[in-house]
Design a protein around this ligand. Structure first.
Ligand code: GDP
Ligand code: ADP
Length: 206
C-alpha cells in the first residue's frame, strides 16, 4: 500500500502557522490528518485538551520521553512541546497524509528521522510584522512576546535547512502556495502518477 505524505509546517511563533493551517484544512481538496502535539504549557482560554494539544504535566511529559513515545520534542520558552510518535507512524502506514505544525528545533529533528517529508518554513514579511501579530493576538505578556521574537531571529536563520520557504503576507496566498507544494510532493512520491496515466490514455483516445 502507498504511504501517506508527511507535511511539516514550521516557523516562528506568531508568523501565522495556526491561522494558515486552519485555512488550509477548510479547503475542499485538502484531506490531511492533523498531528495533535503534547505540551506542558497552560491551556489558553478556549483551547480544548485533545483538540488543540494534549495538555500534560512536566512529569508526564518526561515519562513519555523516557518511554520513547515522542517522535521529537523541544523545550521552547520554558515549556515542553512534542509529537507523539505512534499517531504519525500509524497514519502514514495506512496511506493517509499527515500535517505537523511545530517549531524549528523539533522540525529539524523530524527531518533527520524522516527525510522523505516536505519541510515548509513559514516566514513573516519582516520581524516588525511578527511582533505586531503576537501583540495583536494578545495571548502572551510583553516579556514572553519579546522572548518569542528573540527566538525568531535565531529560527529564521534555520530557513535554509528546509525544502520550501513560504511567506505569510496574506493568508489566502500562503494557503495557495502550500497547496502547490503539496501537489509537487504528491507527484514526487508518485501519488498522482495514476491520474497522469489516465489523462494520457484519454488524450490518446480522443
Ligand atoms: N517541537 C515542537 N514544537 C511544537 C509542537 N507543537 C507546537 N509547537 C510549537 O511550539 C511553539 C509554541 O506554541 P504555542 O505556545 O502553542 O504558541 P503559538 O504556536 O505561537 O500559538 C510554536 O512555534 C509551535 O509551533 C510540537 O509537537 N513539537
Ligand atoms: N497573513 C497574516 N496577516 C496578518 N495577520 C496574520 C496573518 N496570519 C496570521 N495573522 C495573525 O497573527 C497572529 C498570530 O497567528 P497564529 O496563527 O496564532 O501564529 P502561530 O501559530 O505561528 O503562532 C494571529 O493574531 C493571527 O490572526
Amino acid at each position: 500500500m502507498k504511504r501517506g505524505v508527511l507535511i511539516v509546517l514550521s516557523g516562528p511563533s506568531g508568523v501565522g502557522k495556526g491561522t494558515v493551517r486552519k485555512a488550509l484544512f477548510e479547503e475542499p481538496d485538502i484531506d490531511f490528518q492533523y498531528s495533535i502535539s503534547m505540551t506542558t504549557r497552560q491551556p489558553r482560554d478556549g483551547e480544548v485538551n485533545g483538540e488543540d494539544y494534549f495538555f500534560v504535566t512536566r512529569e508526564a511529559f518526561e515519562q513519555k520521553i523516557a518511554d520513547g513515545e515522542m517522535l521529537e520534542y523541544a523545550e521552547y520558552v520554558g515549556n515542553y512541546y512534542g509529537t507523539p510518535k505512534s499517531f504519525i507512524d500509524d497514519t502514514l502506514a495506512s496511506g493517509r497524509d499527515v500535517l505537523l505544525e511545530i517549531e524549528v528545533q523539533g522540525a529539524l529533528q523530524v527531518k533527520e528521522k524522516m527525510p522523505e517529508g516536505a519541510y515548509i518554513f513559514l516566514t513573516p514579511p519582516d520581524l516588525r510584522a511578527l511582533k505586531e501579530r503576537l501583540i495583536m493576538r494578545g495571548t502572551e505578556q510583553l516579556d514572553v512576546i519579546d522572548r518569542r521574537v528573540h527566538a525568531a531571529t535565531k529560527e529564521i536563520q534555520m530557513m535554509a535547512n528546509y525544502d520550501y520557504a513560504v511567506v505569510n503576507d496574506e493568508v489566502s496566498l500562503a494557503v495557495q502556495r502550500i497547496k502547490d507544494i503539496i501537489k509537487v510532493e504528491r507527484l514526487r512520491v508518485n501519488r498522482v502518477l495514476p491520474e497522469y496515466i489516465a489523462m494520457i490514455e484519454e488524450l490518446e483516445e480522443s
